[in-house]
Design a protein around this ligand. Structure first.
Ligand code: NAP
Length: 260
């Protein structure tokens, strides 16, 4: 039975991915912040998939040493991780001097430091075993500086560039291990509420997709050995055109979508 470790697996995109992987017969290892939410989501999912094995670990992934803690937890469980999905994340919106610096620094630790360390720990195990896949959740905002989401977009640019470069290195070495970068447009999850962006035009725009679409297109891209995916075919085609625009137009477009 393949084992998937997914951070933030108990809600939003992580839960949709978990459902799709449960249908493929995966064992799930979930790490998220809220123990009660982990348990409630596990009980729900096991109603739909009675044979499903889910192990949970409540932990603040923005804390120093969290990645090592999670790595040790999986070692103690004794399941080699076949698929790692670095999905946990949150947003921080507003003019930079009006955002909470502690909140933004926690976000940077989660999106950059913990993702970096988890990727390194599990990539090393996968390289030794000669098998394994990693999926890193970036965002469409990784492609352009985004006024109103400056720190978030910059952290997702790190996720995208780091993941694409590693995937290239792995392909050059002809390694069976691969890294897929996922860049969703706005998705209907609890993310907008947590980022105080429920009223933002971005989350009410035509670019919004469902978590199920993200999960479906992500697993399709994984099966096809892609390096990067923008979920929803129409949006992927549109992005091919938009990405050719000069950067100052991209910033203008991003600012307009943010209502800035
Ligand atoms: N929704 C969007 O519009 C959108 C668009 C592009 C990219 N993304 C990216 O997609 C990923 C998933 O987002 P989502 O929309 O599914 O959001 P979500 O529904 O809010 O889920 C986020 C998950 O991350 C976990 N998490 C957050 N902070 C954590 C921490 N410090 N330690 C441990 N777990 C933590 C949450 O755990 P708890 O529930 O236990 O707190 C939750 O399970 C994120 O990386 C996000 O940046 C989202």
């Amino acid at each position: 039975m393949p084992t998937t470790l997914i951070t933030g697996g108990s809600s939003g995109i992580g839960l949709a991915l978990s459902r799709a992987l449960a249908a493929r017969g995966h064992r799930l290892l979930w790490v998220a912040l809220e123990a009660a939410e982990l348990e409630a989501a596990r009980a729900d999912l096991q109603v739909a998939f009675p044979q499903l094995e889910v192990h949970t670990y409540a932990c603040d992934l923005s804390a120093a040493g969290a990645a090592q803690e999670v790595h040790l937890w999986t070692r103690d469980l004794g399941f080699p991780v076949d698929l790692l999905i670095n999905n946990a994340g949150f947003g921080s919106s507003g003019f930079i001097d009006e955002t909470d610096p502690e909140h933004e620094l926690a976000m940077l630790r989660l999106h950059v430091q913990t993702l970096y360390s988890l990727t390194r720990y599990f990539l090393r195990d996968m390289l030794i075993r000669g098998a394994g896949r990693i999926i890193n959740l970036a965002s469409i905002s990784a492609y352009a500086p985004t006024p109103g989401l400056a720190t978030y977009a910059a952290s997702k640019a790190f996720v995208m560039q780091f993941s694409l470069a590693i995937d290239y290195e792995l392909r050059r070495r002809q390694s069976p291990v691969r890294v897929l970068t996922v860049c969703p447009t706005p998705v209907r999850t609890g993310f907008a509420r947590r980022a105080s962006m429920e009223d933002s035009p971005l989350f009410n725009s035509w670019m919004r997709v469902s978590p199920e679409t993200v999960a479906r297109d992500t697993l399709r891209a994984l099966d096809r050995g892609r390096s990067v995916v923008i979920p929803h075919r129409g949006l992927q085609l549109l992005h091919r055109f938009v990405s050719r625009l000069p950067q100052r137009w991209l910033i203008w477009f991003a600012a307009r979508e943010m209502g800035f």
